[in-house]
Design a protein around this ligand. Structure first.
Ligand code: ADP
Length: 334
């Protein structure tokens, strides 16, 4: 039997090269070897100040983007269509050591962002969302969670909650999930290679996977290559980032050729940028075509996502039934 993987993504708008190479490409690759549950987590998107109308649209945008880059429809679900996540989250609230939540570095980072955005408002949801994350993972008894270093602390909390629950009910009910570390590149902003490519930094700091060809080429052509603080003979952060993007696109031959030029001091930036742009445009054209095909069957795809969410929900419902029985809640079996 294939091992089970759970991974989630927040519907926060456009998908850029950083999101794709740093996270979503991994989802696509893992599908061959694992049973995959991929959640579009709209409950999580409520932890920061947000616009309800936008949230709904963002969920569907993200789904079509994920299908575009190659995620299989049957592996996708929308979190709020499986409300058992929220129910298990409450139960886990009562199995989570309060003090641990305050130590989460993501809370520290995001609470100041929230406060800046919304006149000092910080939701309790932002504080407790690692508990919802524990529920997301454990409700499917996932074996592995592909995580980046920034999420390791949360998975550790998930393991603590699972162990505490198992100890209290005197049964090894929950699988203790493991991190699945995969080497993923960190893509920097082409406009400022000292910061990571990110939507929150503004439009020029990210390259959308679904941008039209002219925009893709323009953004790559205007990539910063000389930041002025590079030592003689050393590769600048901007050039390094373009090489990273070229390699991530799988353009091995072009990568080797450009690297040879760099080593012999013959790398011409204009030509190099065109080579990188060709690789990005080629990759994104494939994604765009797949997304357009999905959008042409919008109704059908939406129906399929509801179906896959309903199918995935069956597993969640079974877990909730077991957990309630074990936790002494209600008369589930009578
Ligand atoms: P953004 O910063 O643009 O809002 P998110 O924080 O929503 O992106 O990130 C979603 C996923 O994409 C996360 O798994 C994150 O680790 C990954 N990711 C985001 N930006 C990058 C980047 N520049 N390089 C590599 N991975 C990234």
């Amino acid at each position: 039997m294939k091992k089970r993987i759970l991974s989630c993504i927040q519907p926060t708008g456009d998908m850029h090269l950083g999101n794709y190479f740093g996270a979503v490409k991994n989802w696509v690759d893992l599908q061959a070897d694992y049973e995959c549950f991929y959640g579009v987590v709209d409950y999580h998107a409520m932890t920061m100040p947000y616009d309800p109308k936008k949230l709904k649209n963002n969920v569907w945008d993200l789904i079509f983007n994920l299908i575009g880059v190659g995620v299989d429809v049957e592996n996708l679900f929308i979190q709020s269509l499986v409300p058992e996540h929220a129910e298990l989250s409450w139960i886990f609230n009562c199995f989570t050591p309060f003090g641990r939540l305050g130590q989460m570095t993501q809370f520290k980072d995001k609470s100041s962002q929230s406060s800046e955005k919304s006149e000092g408002f910080i939701s309790a949801g932002l504080f407790t969302y690692p508990i919802l994350q524990a529920a997301d993972i454990l409700i499917y008894n996932a074996d592995f969670v592909p995580v980046g270093k920034d999420q390791e602390q949360h998975l550790e909390l998930t393991r603590t909650v699972a162990q505490r629950f198992n100890n209290q009910v005197k049964k090894e009910y929950f699988t203790i999930p493991e991190c699945l570390f995969t080497e993923t590149p960190k893509i920097m902003s082409t406009a400022d290679p000292s910061r990571k490519m990110s939507k929150s930094a503004g439009e020029k700091h990210y390259i959308s996977v679904f941008a039209d060809e002219a925009r893709l080429r323009k953004q790559i052509r205007s990539a910063v290559t000389d930041s002025g603080d590079t030592l003689e003979g050393e590769m600048s952060a901007g050039v390094k980032n373009l090489f990273e993007i070229l390699r991530a696109c799988g353009a091995d031959e072009a990568y080797a050729e450009m690297m040879k030029n760099h080593e012999s001091g013959e790398l011409r930036y204009a030509e190099f940028k065109d080579v990188v742009a060709d690789a990005v445009v080629g990759l994104c054209a494939e994604f765009k075509a797949r997304k357009e095909e999905a959008l042409a069957n919008k109704k059908d795809i939406k129906y399929k996502i509801k179906q896959s969410s309903a199918e995935i929900r069956k597993t969640a419902q079974q877990t909730i039934k077991d957990v309630k029985e074990l936790a002494g809640l209600g008369n589930v079996k009578f």
